[in-house]
Design a binder for this molecule. Structure first.
Ligand SMILES: Cc1cc2nc3c(=O)[nH]c(=O)nc-3n(C[C@H](O)[C@H](O)[C@H](O)COP(=O)(O)OP(=O)(O)OC[C@H]3O[C@@H](n4cnc5c(N)ncnc54)[C@H](O)[C@@H]3O)c2cc1C
Length: 806
């Protein structure tokens, strides 16, 4: 074993081997993998080996497509067999909601280049004659689905990596990880010590323990999982071809042919978490005891759906553990707070996702950033607010929901509330229906009397529609109040603060008393942040952005902070809270309670002031995402209730009422404002999204991404973000719908919804630049139906900005 390596990958399951292979594929050969036992000694050896592309996140689905296509390449490269069976797969729909979901997925696949199709009962019967079609409305057919040999595939990755120079050490547990002053790691193993520039935690079932070695908590938990293999079954082996996979979400089962019999697995409701206090080091090639009673109901359901199962004897039962993150997606990337420590764990579908995880991680390590937006699997999507108890509860929920329809407006109930502000109780009294983001509760809308305190999960307009409409009217015609707690907020101070912000942000850094919108770019010129930079004093700035990006943003900031300590940065997201007041009468309300002159002349759009409001010391910015006259009023957390009472009492006769996130997202549509994670994300660039108007191409600072941004400016772009009015009926766009022109898919939707005050269904989406012209008519596919849509350029509300700027 050598004593130095550029990278040590810990763990020789399918994920670790894929990471190793991709590091070599992208050019790093001084890499080694250290495995405790033999390759595949964790979850990998007992996997059912199924693979599929279906994933609610588009980029995850694309990476699953990449993984599946990679197997042929691996076979050719190594001469080894992955045991591939590309038999295709059917996901059944037995409810109209599931059918909606599958149609929406199918629509997304059109521009992702995945050849899925919706099939009816007759085609299902032809493809899978063993399926009882009672109650089946249709299915999504994916020709890429199939299964493989888990061990053969893992060894093929390993061989391909070795062929390119990687070293693999077996039977050698990593026992300690000690950070070195230069950022490298001392990797202490049973057989000796290696100094590694980077370490990758691909510890699978032991990823929590490998995290603890570096002092971090990896938010994942193992669950038990069972599948059965039947004896040989004539209905199967007498067929002249292999059966496709059948996913039956209603029965929470997946089924495929295994040799001459059938393999069926279940994601049952009565599920069991495993190894709650940690994974034993001596666990390895043994299985867990069968727990057939746990899947009794599921089996009964399966006997009805696949009657051959009842006659076929059970040959084998496999009960094994594998790990999940709280939302079911992998945990990938640089672990916040550590140098050169990378995560490649929490991969619950190693044979669908392992290739994509390996590729993304290798790109991130070698090229400095992944080639697409991978926030859905970024380990930084969970911050230090997460606890093992939260993880365990959410992992269980996720396991039980493995086959549930994911609705775009759905809020999952388990482990809620996790974090709240003092105002939580105030909203609750007013019938708030809450959502949660990054662990924090925020009011989505306020249910009308007699309406349930729950939004019906749906792809169509929900029961919240009327309530949200009323809240939008409150803002536009009187004044609305909402919290500002769910922005990520950072205090940047010190004599180097301005220069540092000028380097990290692509836009203009404002003078004291002013704020400016600022994109943050990666070195390749992609959007990695969308900030408001407010200059409170020359050496004191408040920087605000998306709440869910806190750990990711802090990770980026810390890497780029100057070593001379002239700048310090503090995450104040949950300590500086407050309210925004927005709408026609917002100034009138503020004037009643503020100690300073807030007239239009004295307190202009994009001004920021420290000012007393009633009895509270506040920081007020004149800006509002509603696109209306509005103010964000920030106070210390202990002053929040006092501030609310002051505003409430002063605003009662002005018609002050609360509005929630749903209304805010509707109001922004009337101003064509984009939002982070939808219109603005690392998949897009400033010029593509119109963010170029906030990039200071001419500023002196060599800001990160400047060269790429300038290059883009001179080269131009091939697509641009546009706004459309859609002739929708009862369903608006959510995101990812294809845009059709002349019977071709030419673009896709980023987000949209119903603009209540303007009474228009709005969509944002990309069109090729040569198609862009005001009034261009296209079609947008919503739930399987193409809807006429027209591009427009003038914003729907306050086109001259009189309200917002006046
Ligand atoms: C019953 C069952 C059925 C499944 N079916 C499917 C399926 O059909 N399709 C699918 O895609 N997925 C399936 N899975 C999930 C799949 O098995 C996992 O997604 C995958 O195996 C995860 O691989 P991994 O490399 O992350 O982890 P693991 O396979 O757990 O590998 C981790 C490795 O790290 C090593 N290690 C840990 N700590 C150390 C240390 N300190 N030093 C050195 N080495 C260390 C371990 O020995 C182990 O070999 C199934 C899982 C189960 C349990």
């Amino acid at each position: 074993m050598k004593s130095h390596a550029r990278v040590v990958v810990i763990g020789g399951g399918v994920v670790g081997c894929s990471v190793l292979y991709h590091l070599t594929k992208l050019g790093w050969s001084d890499v080694m993998l250290i495995e405790r036992s033999a390759l595949t000694s964790g979850s990998t050896w007992h996997a059912a080996g199924g693979f599929h592309t279906l994933n609610a996140d588009t980029n995850m689905a694309a990476l699953q497509g990449y993984t599946i296509r990679l197997y042929k390449e691996l076979e050719e490269l190594t001469g080894m067999s992955c045991g591939l069976h590309h038999v295709g797969g059917l996901t059944l729909a037995t409810t109209p909601e599931r059918m909606d979901f599958l149609k929406a997925e199918r629509a997304k696949h059109r521009y992702m280049g995945l050849d899925t199709e919706i099939v009816g009962p007759e085609e299902i019967k032809n493809l899978s004659p063993i399926t009882n079609l009672d109650g089946v409305l249709g299915a999504l057919y994916d020709p890429l689905d199939g299964h493989l040999d888990p061990s053969g595939t893992t060894h093929a990755y390993a061989k391909a990596a070795k062929m390119a120079g990687a070293e693999i050490i077996l039977q050698n547990p990593v026992q300690e990880l000690n950070p070195q002053p230069d950022g490298s790691w001392e990797v202490v193993t049973k057989e000796g010590t290696v100094i590694a520039e980077h370490v990758v935690n691909a510890g699978g079932l032991w990823a929590r323990e490998v995290g603890e070695m570096a002092g971090v908590y990896m938010p994942l938990h193992p669950m038990e999982h069972q599948y059965l293999v039947t004896e040989d079954t004539p209905e199967v082996y007498e067929l002249d071809r292999e059966l496709p996979h059948v996913m039956d979400p209603e029965g929470e089962s997946y089924l495929r042919q295994e040799g001459r019999g059938i393999c069926i697995g279940f994601y049952e409701q009565a599920c069991d978490a495993w190894a709650e206090r940690g994974t034993p080091w001596d666990f390895g090639h043994e299985l867990l005891n069968n727990k057939l009673d746990r899947i009794g109901d599921s089996l009964e359901f399966a006997f009805n759906r696949f009657p051959v199962l009842e006659k076929a004897g059970i040959k084998t039962v496999i009960n094994g553990p594998f790990t999940f993150a709280p939302d079911g997606n992998p945990l990938v990337g640089p672990v916040p707070g550590l140098q050169n420590y990378w995560s490649a764990c929490g991969v619950m579908a190693g044979f669908s996702q392992g290739g994509g995880v390996g590729l993304v991680l290798a790109e991130w390590m070698i090229e400095g950033e992944p080639s697409r937006d991978v926030f859905a699997m970024d380990v930084a999507r969970f911050g230090d607010w997460i606890t093992p108890g939260y993880t365990r509860a959410k992992v269980r929920e996720n396991y039980q929901r493995r086959f549930s329809v994911s609705y775009p407006n759905e809020e999952l109930p388990v482990a809620r509330p996790h974090q709240t502000t003092p105002a939580y109780g105030i909203w609750k009294e007013q019938r708030a229906v809450f959502g949660a983001s990054y662990g924090m509760e925020a009011a989505n809308y306020f249910a009308k009397q007699g309406e349930p305190l729950r939004e019906t999960p749906s792809f169509r307009r929900s029961n919240a529609f009327e309530a949200v409409a009323d809240e939008c009217y409150t803002v536009r015609e009187a004044v609305g109040i909402n919290e500002v707690h769910n922005f990520g907020k950072y205090l940047v101070t010190g004599k180097g603060a301005r220069a540092w912000l000028d380097m990290i942000m692509a836009g203009r850094i404002p003078k004291p008393g002013r704020l400016a919108l600022n994109p943050m770019l990666s070195p390749k010129g992609r959007l990695i942040g969308d900030f408001t930079v407010s200059c409170i004093h020359e050496n004191e700035f408040m920087v605000t952005a998306s709440f869910g990006m806190q750990a990711a943003h802090m990770r980026w900031f810390q890497v780029h902070l100057p070593k001379d300590e002239t700048v310090s940065i503090e995450n104040i997201s949950t300590t500086r809270v407050g309210f925004q007041i927005a709408g026609k009468k917002a100034r009138e309300l503020l004037a009643r309670v503020a100690f300073d002159d807030v007239s239009a002349e004295k307190f202009k759009f994009l001004d920021i002031r420290e000012m007393d409001v009633g009895t509270c010391r506040a920081l007020i910015q004149r800006v509002s995402y509603t696109g209306d006259l509005g103010y964000e009023i920030y106070v210390k957390i202990e002053d929040q209730i006092a501030l609310y009472e002051i505003l409430k009492n002063a605003g009662a006769d002005l018609g002050l009422k609360p509005f929630g996130m749903r209304a805010m997202m509707s109001l922004r549509l009337e101003k064509s404002f984009g939002s982070w994670g939808r219109e603005f994300r690392p998949d897009y660039t400033p010029m593509e999204t119109g963010m170029d108007r906030f990039v200071s191409y001419k500023k002196e600072s060599e800001f990160i991404g400047k060269a790429a941004a300038i290059a883009e400016q001179s080269k131009g772009v091939q697509r641009k973000l546009c706004t459309f009015i859609v002739e929708a009926e009862d369903a608006d766009v959510w995101g990812d719908e294809p845009i059709w022109y002349n019977n071709d898919v030419v673009g896709f939707v980023t987000s949209g919804g119903y603009a209540h005050y303007s009474k228009k269904s709005v969509a944002y989406g990309f069109l090729p630049t040569d198609l862009i012209s005001a009034g261009r008519e296209v079609e947008i596919e919503i739930l399987g139906k193409r809807r006429r849509a027209k591009m427009f350029v003038e914003v729907l509300f306050d086109p001259n900005g009189e309200r917002m700027l006046g």
